[in-house]
Design a protein around this ligand. Structure first.
Ligand SMILES: Cc1cc2nc3c(=O)[nH]c(=O)nc-3n(C[C@H](O)[C@H](O)[C@H](O)COP(=O)(O)OP(=O)(O)OC[C@H]3O[C@@H](n4cnc5c(N)ncnc54)[C@H](O)[C@@H]3O)c2cc1C
Length: 383
């Protein structure tokens, strides 16, 4: 399919593909096993300026461009969904500053993030507040020129490895969802520590940790936007970050299909390559078609965002939900094409299935995406 990409977009795609093939693919299994944070690869991505793809030019980036971010994330994920999410999660942590930061905050934080000198992370989830984000208990109490944060976030991607955290805390518990506020917290701030590192099923190269705030004192200048807008910051951030999760799912699916087709051409049974069996061919046809449908949807949503549309919650949710469901289906069928060998860790395909699963869960589970989509469709039909 020709997506009519510009020369610059093709260049970004090629660059990310080269990094994926030459640097990531050879070490993907090693990081999956060791669960070590892939700093070596992050440095290569940083040196290639890919961290600047989602940051405006005046702050050292190449312009806030969601399609470019999706193209890079897709290609990196094709080789390893875990390493790619270390990159994509920095965009998630950075978007609140890009969207809601004031001039000083942008000047202070974005240039280092654009160069990949520092990574960002985003923290809203707590043990008692997952899908129901408005149930968060972390508080931010104003005291003179500071806020004092207390509470615990868990399952935070890049937790412990990122330097810059955008965090949602309650400034007024009596106001429910209107009582949440967004803050920038720097690693090293007294009272800000890291807890348990999770031992995960997939995306094992990425770190997932608890963030612990114990009387953590941050300057009032670190408040993003205004008090009470924390959940708006979150929703607007997810609207532009979910196409990135979708792109991660897409890359994982494409990577799995690439491996399955290669294997089907090599593996012989009944005296023939298994790729000659119609049962295998139909699986390949369905996988390729669904991947292309996901790609079309993701690129369209990303283009809408880049064209300045601000009301994209439904479309973003559709891209994330559809692409992640496709990724799970495609990786499961890709493993099936490998037969018993696919089930073994000596072969790369089972990792794709493990890495795909998370894309149906984070940044809102696919049940929550369906809620968002349905509510909007029903609202639109009433107009
Ligand atoms: C590896 C990993 C990385 C993560 N990274 C981050 C991060 O960087 N930052 C961050 O803030 N969070 C992060 N998360 C948290 C993630 O976004 C949450 O896990 C997710 O939103 C689901 O919350 P939960 O796990 O508490 O599940 P629950 O909310 O307890 O959901 C359990 C089940 O109930 C379903 N369910 C819940 N409510 C409804 C409903 N209304 N209708 C239908 N079904 C429903 C869910 O879909 C799910 O199937 C990460 C999680 C993981 C596992």
């Amino acid at each position: 399919m020709d997506y009519l990409l510009t020369d610059e977009q093709k260049m970004i795609q090629e660059l990310a593909r080269k990094i994926a093939q030459e640097k990531i693919r050879p070490v993907a299994a090693k990081y999956d096993q060791s669960e070590e944070f892939p700093w070596g690869i992050i440095k290569v991505i940083a040196a290639s300026d890919l961290f600047g793809l989602f940051i405006p030019e005046q702050y050292g980036g190449m312009g806030m461009n969601v399609l470019n971010l999706c193209l890079a994330t897709e290609e990196l994920s094709r080789a390893c969904g875990g390493i790619a999410v270390c990159y994509a999660a920095s965009a998630l942590g950075t978007f609140p500053i890009v969207l809601f930061g004031n001039e000083e905050q942008k000047k202070k934080y974005l240039p280092d993030l654009a160069k990949g000198k520092k990574l960002a992370a985003f923290g809203i989830t707590e043990p008692e507040a997952g899908s129901d984000a408005s149930a968060i208990k972390t508080t931010a109490r104003k005291e003179g020129s500071h806020y004092i944060l207390n509470g615990l976030k868990h399952f935070i991607t890049n937790g412990g490895d990122a330097e810059i955290y955008t965090v949602i805390a309650m400034t007024d518990k009596t106001k429910g969802a209107r009582g949440g506020s967004a803050f920038i917290v720097e690693k090293g701030t007294p009272g800000f520590t890291f807890g348990k590192k999770e031992d995960k099923f997939g995306i094992r190269a990425s770190s997932t940790r608890e963030l612990i705030f114990t009387d953590c004192k941050i300057p009032k200048e670190n408040l993003l936007s205004r008090e009470g807008t924390g959940f708006i910051v979150t929703m607007k951030t997810f609207d532009i970050s979910r196409p990135g999760v979708a792109a991660q799912a897409l890359g994982i699916a494409q990577g799995a299909l690439d491996l399955a087709v290669k294997y089907a051409k090599e593996r012989r049974q009944f005296g023939k390559a298994i790729s000659s069996f119609q049962g295998i061919q139909w699986m390949i046809a369905d996988m390729a078609t669904e991947i292309e449908a996901a790609r079309s949807l993701i690129y369209s949503v990303a283009r809408m965002v880049d064209a300045g549309h601000i009301d994209v919650s439904k479309e973003s949710a559709m891209a994330k939900m559809y692409a992640s469901d496709v990724a799970m289906k495609v990786t499961t069928n890709a493993l099936q094409i490998f037969g018993g060998y696919g089930y073994m860790r000596d072969y790369p395909i089972e990792k794709y299935m493990r890495d795909a699963k998370i894309t149906q869960i984070y940044e809102g589970t696919n049940q929550i995406q369906r809620n968002i989509i349905a509510l909007q469709v029903i609202k639109e039909s009433a107009k």
